[in-house]
Design a protein around this ligand. Structure first.
Ligand code: ARG
Length: 483
């Protein structure tokens, strides 16, 4: 049921078909219904219902503590808010589009619950600091949850990488076979990308964990409020220093969307590889049935739909980032109604990123790796050509000359229809007298991988060490599950 449908129920059950707005004093006539609907945000900002109640609870507690409202009224308001809270959890609140947004809906429901004392909840506060507070609370929770989901995905990657340290695949540049590498090494590249993503989200928490509450509409308030107190009740580390900045800052959302864009870009690149690897042409992996779909017409098909969808959803996250940047770019201080457009992109990004991470954890944990196909691929190409050039270079031939010698050998093989390992000693010697019998072991892909033991390279020792390091990192930063 849409918010407006629920709203009709609410308005009819309470006051017939006219709902009294909470700001009618200054007005002599009311807007037409369709105009109200256009300006309303309740359809989407009801997502903030729990944060809004949480903010009001802290605000009321502070109003009582500072002697701004009597304790009895504070108790009344608190019990009303708690009733609304449990109704919200049970999805029993009926919102009205005529009440515009979540803040006005809840305030009107509170007045219905506890009588006119409910009207005191908004003392020393404005919807402008209220909505900003809600979004800080919302993102604090969801950014922490995303950090947790990244960790879970990293665990799935490390587990697969550990099982495939010695599984060899062609490594690519320009999507042309370049040099053989460890499949575990390839997977671990994503571990480190995700580690940077996680660091970015973690670093951003300190800018999310700032309380705008008490900034009022833009200038602060005449009431003797205690902003530090509400900040600590809400679990924020600090408060905004400037009331104008507090109500008009959306950097924390932009930063979240930017961090999410980088994360999605990484997921999209891995999606692309998954799609390639599971194609008939590569056949390097097979996705579990649980993460694939069939075709309604072609019975043989098994499509990597989830990876494609995540690659596609990356576009909407970028769009959300560009959307909010564009909304904000021309706004004079402080609050402007344009800023109501900040929410849907944020909600959508939270949903997209969280869902994509969960799918990826399952997809990587359950994928089947076709080691044999991978190995064969590395044996039927020229990705060991660098080995030959390095061999000559290690015997004192300038690398540029070695490169030329091997290039000619590759051409010779192509013309003859064979690979480097198929050349006879005589054929090799005819291009360089430095080739000895040991060249054949150098040409084996596994040997080529093993020998690339420089720091951060694909050598088995390096990959094993990287897996251990990753495990240490994961156990040191075990993030608690939030949602
Ligand atoms: N629904 C509004 C928003 O999301 C809340 C703040 C409204 N403030 C105002 N002065 N109209 O931005």
């Amino acid at each position: 049921m849409g918010a407006s449908d629920k709203g009709e129920q609410h308005s009819q059950s309470k006051e017939g078909d006219r709902v009294k707005k909470l700001w009618t004093g200054r007005f002599t006539k009311s807007a037409e219904e369709w105009v109200d609907e256009f300006g309303a945000s309740i359809e989407f900002d009801q997502e903030l219902v729990l944060e809004d109640i949480q903010g009001s609870l802290a605000h009321v507690q502070m109003l009582v503590k500072c002697g701004i409202i009597p304790a009895e009224e504070g108790i009344k308001i608190k019990s009303g808010l708690e009733k609304l809270q449990s109704k919200a959890i049970d999805s029993e609140l009926a919102y009205s589009v005529k009440m515009e947004d979540i803040h006005l809906n809840l305030e009107s429901m509170l007045i219905d619950e506890v009588g006119s004392a409910g009207g005191k909840v908004h003392t020393g506060r404005s919807r402008n600091d209220q909505v900003a507070t809600d979004m800080h609370l919302y993102l604090l929770k969801h950014a922490k949850n995303i950090i947790h989901l990244i960790t879970e995905f990293q665990e799935a990657i490390v587990h697969q990488a550990e099982m495939h340290v010695e599984t060899i695949i062609p490594g690519y540049t320009h999507l042309q076979r370049a040099q053989p590498i460890s499949f575990g090494h390839h997977l671990m590249a994503y571990f480190w990308m995700l580690e940077r993503d996680k660091q970015r989200y973690t670093e951003s928490l300190k800018r999310i964990s700032v309380s705008p509450l008490g900034a009022g509409a833009l200038a602060g308030t005449t009431f003797p409020i205690d902003r530090e107190y509400t900040a600590s009740l809400l679990g924020f580390d600090t408060i905004y220093e400037n009331s104008l900045d507090a109500v008009s800052d959306r950097d924390f959302i932009i930063e979240f969307l930017s961090n999410s864009s980088a994360l999605m870009m990484h997921l999209s690149r891995l999606s692309e590889e998954i799609i390639l690897w599971s194609s008939q042409e590569f056949q390097f992996i097979e996705l579990d049935d649980a993460f694939s779909t069939g075709s309604s017409i072609m019975p043989q098909k098994k499509n990597p739909d989830m990876a494609e969808l995540i690659r596609g959803k990356t576009g909407r996250v970028y769009g959300n980032l560009i959307g909010i940047l564009t909304v904000m770019k021309g706004l004079p201080l402080a609050y402007n109604k344009d800023m109501q457009e900040d929410k849907e992109g944020m909600f959508d990004t939270v949903k997209t990123v969280s869902g994509s991470l969960k799918i990826f954890s399952g997809m990587i944990a359950t994928m089947k790796v076709n080691k044999e196909t991978m190995r064969k691929a590395t044996e039927q190409d020229f990705s060991n050509a660098t080995e030959l050039a390095d061999y000559l270079a290690s015997k004192g031939v300038p690398f540029r000359e070695a490169h030329e010698v091997v290039g000619k050998l590759v051409l010779y093989c192509i013309e003859k229809g064979c690979f480097l390992k198929d050349l006879s000693m005589k054929e090799l010697k005819s291009s360089s007298g430095l080739f000895e019998q040991d060249i054949y072991s150098v040409l084996s892909p596994a040997e080529a991988v093993k020998r690339r033991n420089s720091a951060g390279g694909t050598g088995f020792e390096q990959v094993k060490a990287a897996v251990e390091k990753a495990k240490d990192i994961l156990s040191a930063n075990k993030e608690p599950q939030i949602l």
